[in-house]
Design a protein around this ligand. Structure first.
Ligand SMILES: [Zn+2]
Length: 483
């Protein structure tokens, strides 16, 4: 920070909150303050100190009573899938894709995608995410992808529109019974379409466009490699679904003679630029390969339980050196955002290892912030001078969250804490629980209309049911004195 910048750039001072900084030098500051200048955090410290230094020149905002932490990075989502929220339950991954999600995706229009982007993006912000890596695969023409990047910017979010790439139908897609309507382009056409997106919306801004070859099993292997090369050429990341279900790994191995991560390592495409969503069914050799290459793995613990896919091997992956972060995987797989992802990951790993020391609140917070920042390739994820100013304020003063003796634990166990304020890139995006940029009522009504129309157009009305009786339904309420 030069002296000149301090003099010319306005400073905003957020005062009086307790700060969960994720900075090991001062992890918790009670009655703290954050000074923001432009897009960056200028200083973090006790409120009286910062008030003395910056109070006279700053715009001062009273955040007393709040708890502030770095904005959460949702490492893997599908915002458009909110169109089918609450539908398609009771299916494991393959039938879920085949009978529900891919037919839904094949019918989404650009207008649907934009309407739901506003609703799901707003919901992400109100659930504490300041950045989202969003895998959008319906529709994927450059005009839509670039429009969605604009929508993400308009919402005030940081993040990535990861353009879903299916390429030509290959044997893996046939074995997974994938909807052929999604496999419309040759490998060369897909790369050209991604280049057109990058030309129209070049990397380096608050929102980037990355290539996302959808899945190791149903992708043309040459196309997967070309996507990794395209990402390296533009100095951006790329993401792929990998080893989410046991069945996918079996198909891959039967087709290519190697397990997916070993095959990718042999092609030279594992690196800290790559991120693998889910990554549940890795064996020891794969975990070693992923660690040695510092590959990013996005753990989606709510989705993995919802679809009964399996449990990621967190400790072995971290010990090997992989960067494991967290994702929501969107609203259609039981997800409600990153606070729930932290809680689900915290509990699930303890159960996997039958060990209450398997996870800590601090580890989950790191995965949702600092490790997410590494995945995103941006200098954020801490309340610390010099970092990008992305943070969220919670109001945990009500009876639901008190007593708040250990704030890190309270945040991770909170489930759905009330997010009152969100700052992204130095701008106030949410205040008092409302977007500063969008009309909530209009966003909701447009999103609902798009969802209702799509369910009919995609022929999925049969999935809508008022009540599905459990297998052992009870039909005889107890009445006192009845016998
Ligand atoms: Zn996904």
């Amino acid at each position: 920070m030069t002296e000149q910048k301090q003099m010319t750039t306005p400073i905003t001072l957020y005062e009086g909150a307790d700060l969960l900084t994720l900075d090991p030098l001062q992890p918790l500051i009670r009655n703290g303050a954050i000074a923001v200048s432009g897009t960056d955090i200028l200083a973090v410290g006790p409120q009286p100190d910062l008030a003395k230094t910056y109070g006279a020149q700053a715009t001062r905002i009273d955040w007393s009573g709040r708890l502030v932490l770095p904005g959460l990075v949702d490492g893997h989502s599908h915002l458009f899938q909110s169109l089918g929220r609450t539908l398609g339950d009771g299916l494991s991954l393959l039938p879920w894709l085949e009978r529900f999600m891919l037919p839904l995706a094949a019918n989404v229009t650009r207008e649907d995608a934009i309407a739901i982007y506003r609703l799901a993006g707003l919901s992400s912000l109100l659930l504490g995410s300041t950045a989202v890596i969003d895998n959008h695969y319906a529709p994927v023409d450059p005009e839509t992808i670039v429009a969605l990047a604009g929508e993400m910017e308009g919402l005030g979010l940081r993040g990535v529109v990861a353009r879903g790439i299916f390429g030509p139908m290959v044997e893996g897609g046939r074995r997974m019974n994938c909807d052929p309507r999604l496999f419309r382009h040759s490998a060369a056409e897909e790369i050209d379409l991604n280049r057109a997106c990058l030309d129209a919306h070049p990397p380096g801004g608050r929102v980037e466009i990355w290539p996302m070859p959808e899945n190791v099993v149903y992708l043309d292997p040459e196309l997967m490699i070309a996507c990794a090369e395209l990402a390296a050429e533009h100095d951006i990341g790329w993401q792929i679904h990998c080893s989410e279900s046991k069945f996918e790994v079996e198909i891959f191995e039967s087709l290519y003679g190697k397990r997916p991560a070993i095959w990718m390592q042999a092609q030279g495409i594992l690196s800290d630029r790559a991120s693998l969503a889910h990554g549940i069914w890795f064996d020891e050799a794969e975990i070693e390969a992923l660690g040695a290459t510092e590959t990013n793995i996005v753990h989606n613990p709510v989705c993995n339980q919802y679809l009964a896919s399996g449990i990621l091997k967190l400790e072995p992956l971290l010990a090997a050196g992989a960067n494991v972060c967290l994702g929501s995987d969107g609203m259609a797989v039981g997800g409600s955002g990153m606070f729930e992802a932290m809680k689900a990951g915290f509990l699930l790993q303890r159960l996997r290892e039958l060990n209450p020391l398997a996870t800590s609140a601090e580890l989950m917070l790191e995965m949702a912030t600092l490790r997410g920042a590494k995945l995103l390739r941006r200098d954020l994820g801490q309340l610390r001078a010099g970092k990008l100013a992305d943070f969220v304020a919670l109001d945990l003063r009500g009876p639901v969250h008190q007593p708040l003796t250990r704030p890190a634990m309270a945040v991770v166990m909170a489930g759905l804490p009330p997010v009152t304020d969100v700052v992204v890139n130095g701008d106030i995006i949410v205040t008092g629980g409302r977007s500063t940029r969008l009309d909530h009522d209009k966003v909701i009504s447009d999103g609902l209309q798009a969802a209702a129309d799509l369910i009919d157009r995609a022929g999925l009305r049969g999935l809508v049911s008022d009540w599905i009786a459990p297998a052992h339904a009870i039909d005889a309420p107890y009445r006192a004195g009845s016998n």
